[in-house]
Design a protein around this ligand. Sequence first.
Ligand SMILES: [Zn+2]
Length: 473
Amino acid sequence: MGLIKKPFRPIVLALVGIILTSSFIIGINMNQVAPSITNLEDPYVTIFRGDAEYGLMLSWDDGPITDLMMSYLEDRIGVTHTSFIITSRITDYVKLYMTDLLFRGFDIQSHGLYHEYLGDESDLDYIRETLNQSIIDIQHHFGFIPTIFAYPYGNASYEESKIVLSLFDVGRGVMGESIYRLGEWPNVYRKYCPHSLPSADGICDETVSMISRRFNEMIEPPDPTMYNPDSKLWDKSVNESTHKMFKLYGHTSYSFLNRSSWDIFIDEMTEILSNNRVWATSWGEGFAYEKVRAGTTISQIERGEDVISFSIDTSVDISKYPIPVTVKVEVPNDWDVGSVIIGEKEVSVNEIISIDNRSYIMFDILPNGQRVQIRNVPSSDSEPPQIDSLTMRYLANGTIFTFNAFDASGFITDINVSVTIDNSILTLNNIRNPIFWGNSTYGFVIYDHIENADIMITLEDSNGNVAYLVEQI
Ligand SMILES: [Zn+2]
């Protein structure tokens, strides 16, 4: 996606509607030579998506319209952000823009009902009520419960912070960070830039050009961490991480990041991402990922001659956090092809990763108690994904399209849409299932009231099977 080529590409991008099953397919080719498995490490859950070494989380406040404009620049470099929104200001236009963001993998979280300063310990009941209303608003308009709150003006008193943390996982502050950011998730966080940039207000025009320098300050010297096989147990904790998280926050609106500096910002981000070991994502996804990952356990590992299997589960409520985590499993060196069976679904692994003469398979999975089998045979799934229930409705100056897409025997990895209106073709190729929805609904937004168009939706699954939906409206 975008300009950034990463060596570790998540194999499965969307894992939804997974059916738990106790039966799994045994399809091992017994004629193959048994590999030596004595040198295999245990499978482990990596720290960041795609086995990245560093995380970068991005958020913007207050400016849904400018956030939307910025999102198209971010698309170019494969980055998403969280938009912290003020829920009393959700108009039809804001709802349209934010829905567009959600359908492209971006995230929305709460910046309060009225953007009120929380630093003076005023009426605490009122604070609780308004914060709770912002949660209700996001749930009502966007269909999920927000997990992060950004303090308006970056601050809160101790008592007010406690209320925030009784309602949200994270209170994102700027000022008074050391004590008032208590409860920032997860509490085992190791290193991060306490302020990504010098200004207390976030990214300012005069400092936006310092982002990559700040990032490099954070990551130097390199931290020789990663998984230590000597300390492992089969059911091992995945909490011991010294990975570093670089957090960026600011405003895309004129008060902090002027349009003139947007290009500088994108250049700075491009510089950081050229590192190739960075997972850049939204605050919402980044924190949720860490939460799920930290609660994930792998157990009941079994090794056959050409198969490795295990169970994977998490202590986190997966219906509230339907976030797949990346699993990287060492496989015998003579494997040149692989597939993963997750419940009743299959994933072709096109790439055996080689690191220091050891071979690995990597894939994303929703850790909800499923049995996983990894084999050195290609996937046998030849069933295409399915798509139905295309709907459309007008909102503000746009048309929102939604549809259901699912795959009984694989996972949907790519969805592209082309819309032909009169003689012009609009192509949308970044269609996602919103991060926190946990269902199989996808969608896209067109900024026009569409009355006559030819719509073609193309789906590809994790095993290369393709399906189409063509519809005239
Ligand atoms: Zn604000």
